[in-house]
Ligand binder design. Structure first.
Ligand SMILES: O=C(CO)[C@H](O)[C@H](O)COP(=O)(O)O
Length: 268
């Protein structure tokens, strides 16, 4: 990985933590992946400077994230241990803010996640959060999902049915009710293989991952719903309309914070 990419991940992570992890934050969701490592580095600095809420509790999204929280000496809690608060929009949240990485983010802040195989818990934690803030380097910043991330949509599936699910996914048509959902005629689903173990990747939850290539994704919420309907699909790595901000580190050292394009229009 080039120094430029690492530097841009670090600057996005530091800026997002500085903006969002104020002393008023009591419960913080911690995402997974290499960019989140920098966010936890910054949390540790803030902790050492007594700039965090002394009662801060961090909610992990994976085994890796649990380790990061423990190594930083922060207090961890599982989602199920937290009280559920009814929010003003009729949602149910337990977490003030979650900071997480992404594999690609489009102009509406729909995201592809799950490159690290943690998207089930990441989505559960994001869903229980008042605010989801994404952090990433410039390679993940795009207009349309699929432009940049070519490894496919991560789909966590039950090992009991991965072959049936693969076949079903590969028969999905690209058109629905007259509108095109994705670029390719039919998806191609690949069982994700482990690198230093023979056989498939097994997630923290004991499942398999199919990486489903469809080309550009024109309607992320529709594709997310379509895949999710297949019995045995546990979670789809498309996060539609969940993030409220995305922070990108640019290759020139600058940082940009984006909100959904439709929000910008509303505010004009
Ligand atoms: O979704 C994820 C893991 O499931 C990660 O957030 C995503 O893969 C980005 O990782 P990185 O920061 O290493 O590029």
């Amino acid at each position: 990985m080039s120094d430029l990419v690492e530097q841009s991940k670090r600057s996005a992570a530091f800026a997002a933590v500085d903006k969002h992890v104020l002393p008023s934050v009591r419960v913080l969701g911690i995402g997974s992946g290499s960019t989140v490592v920098y966010a936890v580095d910054r949390l540790l600095e803030l902790k050492n400077n007594n700039q965090l809420n002394p009662k801060l509790v961090c909610v992990p999204t994976s085994f890796q994230s649990k380790q990061l929280i423990a190594d930083a000496g922060l207090q961890a809690a599982d989602l199920d241990d937290l009280p559920i608060l009814d929010d003003a929009q009729g949602g149910f949240t337990s977490i003030d803010v979650t900071i997480d990485g992404a594999d690609e983010v489009d102009s509406e802040l729909n995201a592809i996640k799950g490159g690290g195989g943690a998207h089930l818990r990441e989505k559960l934690v994001a869903n229980a959060s008042n605010k989801l803030v994404l952090i990433a380097d410039y390679r993940k910043d795009s207009q349309v999902l699929g432009e940049k991330w070519s490894k496919g949509i991560p789909v966590e599936v039950s090992p009991l049915a991965w072959r049936t699910i693969t076949r079903q996914l590969e028969h999905m048509p690209c058109m629905q009710k007259g509108s095109r959902l994705f670029e390719d005629e039919h998806p191609v689903a690949n069982l994700r293989q482990a690198v230093r173990k023979a056989g498939p990747v097994v997630t923290d939850n004991g499942n398999f991952i199919l990486d489903v290539c469809v080309g550009n994704i024109y309607d992320p919420p529709a594709v997310e719903r379509l895949f999710k309907m297949i019995p045995g699909v546990i979670e789809v790595g498309i996060f539609s309309n969940m993030a409220s901000e995305a922070w990108f580190g640019n290759s020139d050292g600058s940082i940009v914070c984006r909100i959904p394009k439709s929000e910008i229009k509303k505010r004009e």
